[in-house]
Design a protein around this ligand. Structure first.
Ligand SMILES: [Zn+2]
Length: 144
């Protein structure tokens, strides 16, 4: 997996919000290419596999967050969602290196590209992955 962020100037601002608009945010800084996650937790919480970009925590500015709720989905991460409309927005690992942002919450154009499918060993059985991107069984490349 490439962790290199897409090239964005530092004054570029990405904006996003939940469905009802009660949670609104901006990212002032580079965004990671989109990763599709097929793990069971993402599929259950989102209804399908997830598409997430990410930024440095310091680059995320919450403009409106009164309805933002957090669910501790495992010992290693929590998930942020809007308590009013239910939109999933963020995935925050305990190690704090980055915060993932659900790509669908961003305003277009995002300038982002998808890079890889992860946790495909846990994918749903009702769809095929046919976009030609790399597919990793877990969160790292398979052993060569
Ligand atoms: Zn909302």
């Amino acid at each position: 997996m490439s962790e290199s962020p897409v090239e964005r100037s530092q004054d570029t601002v990405a904006r996003g919000q939940c469905l009802c608009g009660a949670v609104r945010f901006e990212v002032h800084g580079p965004l990671r290419p989109v990763i599709y996650c097929h793990c069971t937790m993402c599929r259950r919480s989102g209804g399908h596999f997830d598409a997430a970009t990410a930024c440095a925590p310091a680059h995320l500015r919450l403009l409106s967050s009164g309805t933002l709720r957090w669910y501790q989905s495992s010992a290693s991460a929590r998930r942020g969602f809007c308590g009013t409309c239910g939109s999933q927005l963020f995935w925050e690992p305990a190690h704090g290196d980055h915060i993932s942002i659900w790509a669908g919450t961003l305003d277009r154009p995002t300038g982002l590209k998808a890079a890889v499918h992860i946790f495909v060993a846990d994918k749903g059985d009702y769809y095929d992955i046919t976009d030609g991107l790399p597919q990793w069984p877990g969160d790292s490349p398979p052993e060569a």
